[in-house]
Ligand binder design. Structure first.
Ligand code: FE2
Ligand code: FE2
Length: 302
């Protein structure tokens, strides 16, 4: 049954999409498969949504307009094929192909804008469309990098990129995009979650002897100190770069950095989280765990 549907979809794609659109669609399929596996979406549903997401991109403006009028869709989609094609696709996939899985239909419907409360599958399709290997536009590498850190981080970076791009061209920005940004920002991480994200990033890059000190009771300037060792000056500098990027993708840009390139102790201040990176010698010498010895300290396992 599923296989039959997929064959019909692939035949439609073959007969109606331009070679460039097909190439893009194949890229989206591949990326959607990877993201679905990584972030736990249904791989088969992701493939069906990926194949069909741009099915009606080939319709010309007038055809899209009359479809929108016929189906009573909001007027904002008139003369706006880059948004309209996704709404048209969601309707036609149901009527012409008998797809009734709401998650697939929503993933197609919101692949250009996102929406508040979007599902994992919706995020996977939204992001795959933005970063498939054939895509090249300003900011795409940062979105790819963010997508490696986390699904929400990738979606967020892409939404913000879209917002900046659309506004800089003085074009119309769909309110679904704005609302999705607000929604994802509303899901703010706690300081502890930020600290653990920083620790995870450093651990992946082979930082050693990581400890997380909860200084919230003893200090007015921060909640957490994260301390880690790298075995050379070069290494602590690259750890600093990695953690800066990861936190920026999580919407917590660094406030100040001390010691970079000049010292064996780099301090990154993220506000409520302060990350200290040491060479082994400096770690011994300063022994900041001792200063905060009466605070709760956790060893972070690699
Ligand atoms: Fe599209
Ligand atoms: Fe697309």
């Amino acid at each position: 049954m599923k296989t039959d549907l997929k064959e019909r979809l692939l035949t439609f794609m073959d007969q109606n999409l331009t070679p460039e659109r097909k190439k893009h669609t194949e890229g989206v399929r591949k990326m959607a498969g990877e993201l679905a596996r990584k972030y736990g979406a249904d791989v088969e549903k992701a493939d069906i949504a990926a194949i069909s997401h741009d099915f009606y991109r080939y319709l010309d403006g007038e055809e899209l307009n009359s479809f929108i009028r016929e189906h009573g869709l909001p007027e904002k989609y008139l003369n706006n094929p880059s948004l309209a094609h996704s709404k048209v696709a969601a309707i036609r996939l149901r009527s012409d192909f008998g797809i009734d899985d709401e998650d697939i239909l929503n993933a197609v419907s919101y692949h250009t804008t996102g929406r508040p409360g979007m599902s994992v599958l919706e995020k996977v399709i939204y992001l795959a469309d933005a970063i498939e290997e054939g895509r090249s536009y300003p900011g795409v590498d940062e979105i790819r990098e963010a997508a490696r850190e986390g699904l929400d981080q990738g979606v967020m970076r892409s939404l913000i990129n879209t917002r900046e791009h659309v506004l800089s061209k003085g074009r119309f920005l769909d309110e679904d995009t704005l609302k999705t940004i607000e929604f994802l920002q509303g899901d703010k991480m706690t300081n502890r979650e930020y600290a653990l994200l920083a620790a995870e990033t450093l651990s992946k890059k082979k930082a050693q002897d990581m400890v997380l000190i909860d200084i919230s009771e003893k200090s007015g300037f921060a909640d957490y100190f994260l301390i880690a060792t790298g075995n050379s000056v070069r290494m602590i500098n690259s750890l600093a770069d990695e953690v800066e990027d990861a936190m920026e993708n999580a919407e917590l840009p660094v406030k100040s950095v001390e010691g970079k390139n000049v010292s064996e102790w780099i301090l990154l201040d993220f506000g409520d989280l302060v990350v200290n990176l040491f060479t082994p010698e400096m770690r011994e010498k300063y022994n900041i765990e001792r200063i905060w010895a009466d605070c709760p300290i956790e060893q972070i396992e690699a």
